[in-house]
Design a protein around this ligand. Structure first.
Ligand SMILES: [Mn+2]
Length: 338
């Protein structure tokens, strides 16, 4: 058994994403019977409902809807940290991917530098306001969690960007919001860049490439890697990396856009060429297998499922697929217990 009790927590917030609709994600996942799917594999689960949302509607002049985004993140950080402290495993339902700044910050608060993150996503979410083409916070979540600075001098990534023809680093833009985010949400210890892994990447911006290059020891597993080596070998590579990292706690952040839009059209951030149904399930099953293996030096301490947008979906297929994926991650197999 991976967990004592899984506690579902909804974060129906989508104002820091590309388009509205993922605020309906928690509802769509519940309608797809997330709780029942976990109960059916004898995992203890409880639904703690949704976090209350701030009332402000001010868009602001920097990162759009920053004030609301930062308040959601603060509330989620506290709820996630409290859940972990009580010995349970938070399962956070988004919402756009900006909510993970709050949820993972709660885990950093509990595990500090012993935390590693697996970001399963078509996108790296590794922009700062200086490099983001859109300035939407949902594309900056991981950059915030590792604490990239944009104000004090120029980091390695910005210097690398200078070498790219036609790329303009916009230093002033959103800088105050960014400083506030790093100050008031992300714990000072930060997520170690060398404890950051991606799976399924296929749409990475110029600035994000530079940030990945500047992040020593990180593990970016792209769709090219999945095509070339398959799910089995890429997960084995992730497992070796985890063991070498010294991390004791793993947070998994699952953006439904990692799946191919043919299979999971219900998202505002669809990119062609994603994981097939079978690849996605094998990924979940192999992750479960490694976590359940005797002597595994790390454990799963929390999970996000984000960017489910039922307004873009067909018959709730995306939420249904995400629920099946979560069940596989927590141990559902074709022949049951082995
Ligand atoms: Mn994402």
């Amino acid at each position: 058994m991976v967990a004592e009790m899984i506690r579902i927590l909804g974060a129906p917030f989508d104002k820091c994403g590309r388009m509205a609709g993922s605020r309906l994600g928690p509802g769509a996942l519940r309608i797809a019977d997330l709780e029942g799917a976990l109960q059916s594999i004898r995992v203890a689960v409880r639904d703690d409902g949704d976090i209350p949302l701030p009332q402000s509607t001010e868009k602001g002049s920097g990162i759009p809807h920053f004030k609301e985004g930062v308040e959601v993140a603060r509330r989620l950080r506290k709820r996630v940290a409290d859940t972990i402290v009580s010995g349970d495993v938070p399962l956070v339902l988004g919402g756009d991917h900006s909510i993970s700044i709050g949820s993972v910050s709660g885990a950093i608060q509990c595990f500090g530098r012993k935390l590693a993150v697996l970001w399963i996503d078509a996108h790296a979410d590794y922009n700062t306001p200086a490099t983001s083409p859109s300035l939407n916070l949902h594309g900056m979540s991981l950059a915030a969690l590792v604490g990239f600075e944009v104000q004090e001098g120029r980091g390695a990534a910005e210097l690398a960007l200078d070498a790219l023809v036609g790329f303009q680093v916009q230093e002033g833009r959103g800088a105050d919001d960014w400083a506030e985010l790093l100050e008031s949400v992300v714990p000072a210890e930060r997520l170690a860049p060398s404890h950051t892994a991606w799976y399924g990447l296929r749409d990475v911006d110029m600035g994000e490439r530079a940030h990945i290059q500047a992040s020593k020891g990180c593990l970016p597993l792209t769709m090219h890697d999945v095509d070339r080596y398959g799910v089995s070998e890429t997960v084995a590579k992730f497992n070796r990396w985890m063991r070498e990292s010294g991390a004791e706690a793993l947070w998994v952040s699952f953006d439904v856009d990692v799946m191919d839009p043919v299979l999971a059209p219900g998202t505002g951030t669809a990119v062609r060429g994603g994981l097939s149904y079978r690849e996605a399930h094998l990924l979940a099953e192999l992750l479960h297998e490694s976590l359940a293996a005797p002597g595994c030096p790390y454990r799963l301490v929390g999970l996000d499922v984000v960017e489910t947008n039922p307004t873009r979906d067909r018959s709730n297929e995306t939420a249904t697929t995400a629920v099946e994926w979560v069940a596989s991650l927590f141990g559902k197999t074709i022949l049951g217990e082995r």
